[in-house]
Design a binder for this molecule. Structure first.
Ligand SMILES: C[S@@+](CC[C@H](N)C(=O)[O-])C[C@H]1O[C@@H](n2cnc3c(N)ncnc32)[C@H](O)[C@@H]1O
Length: 195
């Protein structure tokens, strides 16, 4: 089964990853949001937005937010979830083959990279780095244990980004790896004038 068919079958269920009900997912979302170095972003992008649960949590932090997913069903569910947010646009796209124009000051690459084979993940990292603006932050969060559909590991995904961009922060446990990269190497405290 190819990736699109796999996700189309999965999205016959309303919330296949249990984003709305699982404490694991709620906690991970809270960690992701807390890790963002800035309070507010001008142009954000979440790749692989699924049914829009993380997108809805990111929406108040962004003046404009693009959310993309390869699954038509996921895009429909995310559009419904984000209907009240006029500044959020949800588009169907398969990355890295399809790519949005311009640059972003926030890119959220969460639980997607391991679905790509290693050369495609490498190409993805290069395109992500090129789409990040000079002050922007790219966040990646990935499940660490092996699973049947994974074509590479969380460590491999994050290493491709590490090779291209300065690391801003890192947090991990046995389940997940949450890291961020930015060309703006000022800390949060430096940015706030605290030091
Ligand atoms: C596990 S969900 C992640 C949802 C959300 N980003 C989060 O972390 O809560 C992965 C999503 O990525 C989408 N996806 C997988 N490969 C993709 C690709 N190459 N391009 C765009 N979307 C993709 C799937 O359809 C699925 O909805």
């Amino acid at each position: 089964m190819n990736t699109t068919a796999y996700f189309d079958a999965l999205y016959q269920q309303d919330d296949p990853f249990e984003y709305r009900t699982r404490w694991y997912e709620a906690r991970k979302r809270a960690l992701t949001l807390a890790s963002l170095p800035r309070d507010h972003y001008l142009r954000g992008w979440e790749l692989g937005c699924s049914n829009g649960v993380l997108t809805a949590a990111l929406a108040p932090r962004c003046a404009q937010l693009l959310a993309t997913d390869l699954s038509e069903q996921a895009v429909s569910a995310a559009r419904l979830a984000l209907a009240a947010h006029a500044h959020v646009r949800v588009e169907r796209a398969e990355h890295p083959r399809q790519w949005p124009d311009g640059t972003f000051d926030l890119i959220v690459f969460s639980e997607l990279g391991y679905y790509l084979d290693p050369p495609t993940m490498q190409a993805m990292a290069a395109r992500l780095a090129a789409s990040l603006d000079a002050q922007g932050v790219l966040i990646a969060c990935h499940w660490r244990p092996a699973f049947a559909e994974a074509r590479c590991t969380a460590e491999f995904v994050h290493a491709q980004l590490d090779a291209l961009l300065p690391r801003a922060f890192s947090w991990g446990d046995a389940d997940m790896l949450l890291q961020g990269w930015s060309r703006d190497t000022r800390s949060v405290a430096e940015h706030e004038g605290l030091r």
